[in-house]
Design a binder for this molecule. Sequence first.
Ligand code: HEC
Length: 104
Amino acid sequence: MRYLGLVAGLMAGGMFFACTQPTLAQAETDVSVLAGTCTNCHGSNKNWKGVIPGLAGRPEPILLGLLKSYKAGDPNATVMSRIARGYSEDDLQAIANYYSKIKK
Ligand code: HEC
């Protein structure tokens, strides 16, 4: 009996969790989710001072060109050819567009 509150709480929590979990399809259509995976290494804004070049605010055609060449297996890349291969051309286009639109 004294666990009833706990069980009810867990069930309510589970239901809340189930309702708020986005489906994979929803996550994939939100470009900020796709682009978010890049920020560890490339930063998320123009103030990025990392060793790896930033992406924010750079022209879309340049970013897309680089990403397509990584996807095609650019031999000079270390990680990017592996990363870019995980995305469709449409995804890469959307990601390049997303970063090009960041103003600061
Ligand atoms: C694990 C760290 C890491 C992650 C995550 C990562 N990158 Fe990179 N990126 C690099 C490195 C390192 C380079 C330099 C090329 C190489 O060695 O592969 C690079 C190069 C680039 C370049 C070329 C930059 C330039 O000016 O030459 C672009 C564009 C790029 N990455 C886009 C992305 C995008 C878009 C994502 C997310 C989908 C992403 N990267 C995720 C590490 C990463």
